[in-house]
Design a protein around this ligand. Structure first.
Ligand SMILES: [Zn+2]
Length: 138
């Protein structure tokens, strides 16, 4: 059996994870999931995935609400952990008032959450493809 055609689950998981870090299609690993940063003209361009992969026809957003779990599970969790870490760091190591620490943390967490949206969606898409392999175009 050829290991390249039938990689182990761990190898497949790393492959999909790596592709999600690169914001590439989880199936072929070539096509981008999002509009390139240089071509972003609106907030929608930043947040929305492209409709699907032109190379392998894999649908990135198969139904309305598909990415809700990506927000609840990844974006809010990572932003929350980042916020807790930042809050504790600022509170413990810097001479700031509680109000200053709260404002800096609140602003930083909001910016962080918006910046990681693409990777959270890509990671969710890769995880979905890993656990529930969808056929092309479905
Ligand atoms: Zn593809």
């Amino acid at each position: 059996m050829n290991n390249d055609l039938h990689p182990s689950p761990l190898r497949r998981a790393w492959l999909y994870f790596w592709r999600s870090l690169q914001l590439k299609c989880p199936v072929c690993g070539v096509s981008p999931l999002f509009c390139p940063v240089s071509q972003v003209r609106s907030v929608t361009d930043w947040f929305q995935t492209l409709s699907g992969c032109p190379r392998c026809n894999y649908l990135y957003d198969p139904e309305p609400g598909y990415f809700l779990l990506a927000f609840w599970m990844f974006d809010y969790s990572f932003a929350g952990l980042f916020g807790i870490g930042l809050f504790l760091t600022l509170y413990h190591y810097f001479q700031l008032s509680m109000l200053q620490v709260l404002w800096v943390t609140l602003i930083a967490v909001t910016i962080f959450a918006l910046l990681i949206v693409r990777h959270c969606k890509a990671f969710f898409l890769a995880m979905d493809h890993f656990f529930f392999r969808h056929s092309k175009g479905s």
